[in-house]
Write a protein that binds this ligand. Sequence first.
Ligand SMILES: O=P(O)(O)OC[C@H]1O[C@@H](O)[C@H](O)[C@@H](O)[C@@H]1O
Length: 298
Amino acid sequence: MSTTNERIQLGDLVCWRIHHAGAELLVSEQGAQILRYKPTKGEPLIWLSEEAAYETGKSVRGGVPVCWPWFGDLQRNPDAIRATYTRPDQAPAHGLVRDQAWQLIGLNTEEDGVTLSFAFDTAAQPIAEWPHAAELQLDIHLGERLKLILTTRNLGDNELPISQALHTYFAVSDIRKVQIEGLDACRYVDTLQDWKKVRQKGPVTFSGETDRIYLDTPQQLSIVDPLWKRRIVMRSEGSASAVVWNPWIAKAKRLSQFADDAWQGMLCIEHANVLDDSLILAPGAEYRLDVTLWSQAL
Ligand SMILES: O=P(O)(O)OC[C@H]1O[C@@H](O)[C@H](O)[C@@H](O)[C@@H]1O
């Protein structure tokens, strides 16, 4: 099978463009952030903003940002996670690594695809306000499917509490026409209704701003997209919570790197370990969160 790997520069960012058997993957070394993924047939699976900025120290809008060592607003995290950061009142949303330089530690081509591995190690890049010894690794395998493996290693002498998410932006034909399957009967926290707990009935559909944390989620979810005649399937291991987000009209106008009408063609499903599904890693322990994505014709 034909495979090509190219190192390219997009604005300030060093990126890797991989082609394998007709599929295309684009990954930025900053944040180890997947920016684009288009399988062999059909529309891209991963959404990337047409207003994306490729700048040092700024997370790119779209793709798959890595949220770690906390997800979302630190103040909404369990006490033990809040206590890991020395300046909680100034904590950035979604943790500390999505806009940082990661190291490319492997680029291997095999018969069934290409694996890119990136690492972020606090020994090499200490964070003054987060004084913990930890290593984070993201392995990205492009084959017939796209597989992400996010591994955290606690290299310190104390327990390490974290929350995290793979904040995947999916491309859809029209947000008003798609639905998410797999979450029927799951409880969720509706962050737009004062963090009230609600039970999902049937598939998830969209008719306004949506920002929810689903709990006790199953391993397989899918987005059914009738106009593009496809189903995007996600299979995860090591995650029992998932964030579902679409900003809709008003919030779209407030978001950086986001066109006013872009909410119509995207949605996020973020495989996570948040709230009760947050993690405490013992000294020396490692934890793996895996997500595999592919599309099927409807
Ligand atoms: O603008 P950011 O920091 O990338 O966050 C985007 C969105 O990320 C989602 O995970 C949150 O649930 C939303 O509340 C948030 O707006």
